[in-house]
Design a protein around this ligand. Structure first.
Ligand code: NI
Length: 457
């Protein structure tokens, strides 16, 4: 497991006795990068020093709103100079804190604005601290970042409405180890609402140690407790949470991660095969248009893998509940490869599923279902919508109109060939989900699954 602690304060005096050991323990626990957060002039300076000393530590520059009055609401010259340092990954933590209100509100605001301008000038993301000042924080962010914001709302706690606003602005969110507290039910319910694609891990060490060490000093190695909690909350494996949040942190802070394109990629206990990036549809909602990654896996192939490459990438298929032809393209465009790979995996005792747009017969200008019989156990066919008209409009098959009905025919053939078939639909605006269910169950006699259009994998 490879983890990133995106927010801790190893410069604090709590670590003066054993800082080196704490950093070593973090590395042993799988923490590949640490973003050490500056929260004062001295702390920012010390963060930069730590980043110089350790290749896997990055620094941020910030002044906690508590100290806004000490700097008269202005970013000090020293921090402007430090912003030129190579390993400064962000501005923060900065923001507003009306809970303890240790500095006047107007000075907190002017300091926050000054830091926002520095972040813009240096093209750096921001790490935001907001306590009892959510409305004012949002107001400032909305005004200052009209075209989206690169940043994280750290140590998240509040309500669902605020959470939604933060997500709409494009922010990442992070929860600290207080998510593991026995009495943190409300916070866990909130965390469940955050798409994992927007989640970061943070300890905020030395503060907020996990339940097991509650009241004692926190440290980056304890990130593993947070991973366990997130895995439970999101119904993913710990490896999934680690990989996804590491990818997110790398993307936000510009950390040098090696994320090679994947032919085979695991999510939960299934192994997915990405054998082509080509597709015969050009769907509005296609995740390929949104980026290269699904659940932290890079799916943008540099070239299409041969059968041998695929078999090598699978390893032992019995390590997984099922092997799924899926990926960033339509697997049936490579029918021969599907047949060959499925045949070899079947001999090893694997259970095989295929996710397809259902256009296999149209692509090959013949019925191909017989050729797949005995090789594919389960097939998930993406019909996506309830009517031909909508299909033509949002899925834009290269075969033009009429494909909707051809997919239904393909579905029937798969069913009749004894495969376990499900039709999948998306909860897009204007799609009648009751009608979708009727098509699957009544008309075609197969299973029906409604997917949330923005959840992939
Ligand atoms: Ni902090």
């Amino acid at each position: 497991m490879m983890l990133i602690d995106t927010h801790c304060h190893l410069d604090f005096p709590e670590f003066n006795q054993d800082r080196k050991e704490v950093i070593e323990r973090a590395a042993e626990a799988g923490v590949a990068y640490i973003v050490n957060i500056g929260s004062s002039i001295e702390g920012s300076r010390r963060s930069v020093e730590l980043a110089r000393d350790y290749p896997f530590i990055y620094a941020t520059l910030g002044i906690h709103p508590h100290y806004a009055k000490d700097v008269e609401g202005r970013v000090p010259e020293e921090l402007r100079r430090l912003a030129k340092e190579e390993k400064v990954a962000a501005i923060g933590e900065v923001g507003l804190d009306y809970y303890r209100n240790l500095s006047p509100k107007d000075l907190q605001k002017s300091l926050f604005l000054d830091f926002i301008n520095l972040a813009k000038e240096k093209n750096l993301p921001i790490v935001i601290h907001s306590r009892e000042a959510h409305k004012e924080t949002l107001e400032i962010l909305k005004k200052e970042f009209k075209s989206g914001i690169r940043g994280v709302m750290h140590c998240f706690s509040a309500d669902e409405e605020y959470l939604k606003e933060c997500l709409d602005m494009g922010l990442y969110l992070s929860f600290t180890c207080n998510l593991t507290f026995k009495n943190a039910k409300g916070l866990r319910a909130l965390a469940r609402k955050v798409p994992v694609e927007r989640l970061l891990l943070e300890t905020d060490a030395p503060f907020l140690a996990p339940q097991e060490f509650r009241g004692r000093r926190n440290e980056p190695a304890y990130l593993t407790y947070l991973v366990k909690e997130h895995a439970r909350i999101h119904g993913l494996s710990q490896g999934d949470i680690a990989r996804i949040t590491t990818h997110n942190a790398g993307a936000l802070f510009g950390l040098p991660l090696k994320e090679e394109p994947k032919i085979a990629y695991a999510i939960r206990d299934s192994l997915y095969l990405n054998i082509t990036n080509r597709c015969t549809n050009d769907c509005d909602f296609c995740t390929r248009n949104k980026g290269d990654f699904v659940k932290g896996h890079n799916l943008r192939l540099e070239r299409e893998p041969a059968v041998g490459d695929i078999m090598k990438a699978v390893g032992d298929p019995l390590d997984f509940k099922e092997i799924v032809f899926c990926g960033y393209g339509e697997p049936l465009l490579r029918l021969d490869v599907v047949k060959e790979v499925a045949g070899r995996l079947k001999k090893k005792g694997a259970r095989i599923r295929m996710v397809t747009n259902g256009e296999g017969n149209v692509i090959h200008k013949r019925s191909i279902v017989k050729e797949l019989t005995g090789l594919i156990d389960r097939v998930s066919i993406s019909l996506n919508v309830d009517t031909e008209k909508t299909y033509d409009k949002v899925c834009r098959s290269r075969f033009g109109s009429g494909v909707f009905n051809k997919i239904k025919e393909f579905t029937k053939e798969c069913r009749d060939a004894g495969m376990e078939v499900e039709l999948t639909f998306l909860d897009l605006d204007g799609v009648d989900l009751a009608r979708c269910e009727e098509i699957a169950k009544k008309e075609l006699g197969v299973n029906c699954r409604i997917r949330r259009y923005n959840v992939v994998g």
